[in-house]
Design a protein around this ligand. Structure first.
Ligand code: HEC
Ligand SMILES: [Cu+2]
Length: 349
């Protein structure tokens, strides 16, 4: 009977083993490069270091869980009340120097190892020397969207960060400076790096070095108000050629399609221009996202909706219907005005 009970214990550990195995599965197959925000599939240098430390911590914890859970299960089964017990208390044993030493010293050693490994990893990531020509990007967190600047290229965009992929022969890391326009946010793209807080009146620095192309999903990771959950971030990692093409396209003058002249005139007459910028026009607002290349983005409003003509129309009609509480007010435009303005926005590629 004892033997069959011991079988129960092995069964208990299977879910843990399965979970650990699923984390250990290889990562780089092409089909998996769809946007997944998974810290267990790192595809960039700092994220890999974070992953290794978390794996170590998880394995140590799993080991402790198995030992403690195993002993507990064993004791519960072995020493449960049996028919015919006399109901008396078992012998009470107090104090064992060996045991007390063991359960004091072993945890201290475990914590010590974890502290050392963690501190070393943090130092490695923070003190990493980036090549002098690393791409520089300034990211400014706003309630509830991300402003993105490429100071060396004069490019401004929002919510979708394009960066080049790194290679062993030719490292191409990206150095990020993080600032906030209002409250504390946190920049987090799980497959690229750990979280870094985005703090008002302070410039924080971090870097990423992805080694696979694709789109990576991120999210603000510090509660920053009503629409915090819809403050998403896309990082599009491209080959150096594609990245150069993207930069060039962002730099060329804003579209001025004669077919959208009426919409453009209306847009420039409406208070949209107080909050939004379209390069080369009278729209110079910086409170909201730069719209110069709006149509090169996959999503609008920090991932709250796909950037389709229908959703764009819903947004301009009343942004509060898509992102309630967001800082773009319902502009109370008539339906025909919305159509004109959206027709103009659709030309901003
Ligand atoms: C009071 C300032 C303000 C005004 C006025 C304003 N917007 Fe906005 N707009 C914003 C803010 C802030 C956001 C970002 C909202 C978010 O994602 O939370 C935004 C987002 C947008 C977006 C999505 C951009 C993107 O890349 O995600 C579009 C398009 C847009 N506005 C168009 C307009 C148009 C057209 C008008 C005029 C009819 C207008 N806005 C008026 C502040 C404003
Ligand atoms: Cu947030």
């Amino acid at each position: 009977m004892k033997g069959s009970r011991k079988g129960d214990l092995g069964w208990l550990s299977w879910p843990v083993v399965a979970l650990l195995l699923s984390w250990l599965t290889p990562v780089a197959s092409a089909a998996e490069l769809r946007p997944v925000a998974n810290i267990f599939k790192p595809l960039s240098a700092p994220a890999e270091s974070v992953f290794e430390v978390s794996l170590l911590a998880l394995l140590v914890c799993a080991g402790i869980f198995l030992v403690v859970g195993g002993l507990l299960t064993y004791a519960v089964i072995k020493f449960r009340a049996k028919p015919g017990d006399d109901g008396k208390e078992p012998p009470q044993i107090y104090g064992s120097n060996q045991l007390e030493m063991a359960w004091t010293v072993i945890p201290i050693l475990i914590v010590f190892v974890l502290v050392l490994v963690t501190a070393r990893t943090i130092a490695d990531v923070q003190n990493a020397k980036l090549p002098a020509d690393a791409l520089k990007v300034l990211v400014v967190g706003h309630q509830w969207w991300w402003e993105i600047h490429y100071p060396d290229h004069g490019v401004v965009t929002a919510n979708e960060l394009h960066i080049p992929v790194s290679a062993r022969e030719q490292r191409r890391p990206t150095a990020l400076t993080l600032e906030s326009a209002d409250v504390i946010h946190s920049f987090w793209v799980p497959q690229l790096a750990g979280k870094t807080d985005v703090v008002p009146n302070r410039a924080n620095a971090m870097w990423v070095e992805p080694y696979a192309t694709g789109t990576y999903l991120g999210n603000c990771a510090e509660y920053c108000g009503t629409q915090h959950a819809k403050m998403m971030l896309r990082v599009v990692v491209e080959s150096p050629e594609e990245f150069a093409k993207w930069i060039a396209s962002q730099k060329s003058p804003a579209a001025n399609d004669p077919a959208a002249r009426a919409g453009r005139a209306l847009f420039l007459k409406t208070s949209c221009v107080n909050c939004h910028r379209v390069a080369g026009t009278a729209a110079v607002g910086v409170f909201g996202p730069d719209l110069t290349r709006l149509m090169t983005r996959e999503t609008i409003a920090a991932g709250a909706a796909p950037n389709t003509p229908e959703k764009l129309r819903d947004w301009v009609r009343n942004p509060q219907s898509i992102k309630p509480g967001c800082l773009m007010p319902d502009m109370q435009l008539r339906s025909d005005e919305v159509d004109l303005i959206v027709a103009y926005l659709l030309t901003l590629k």
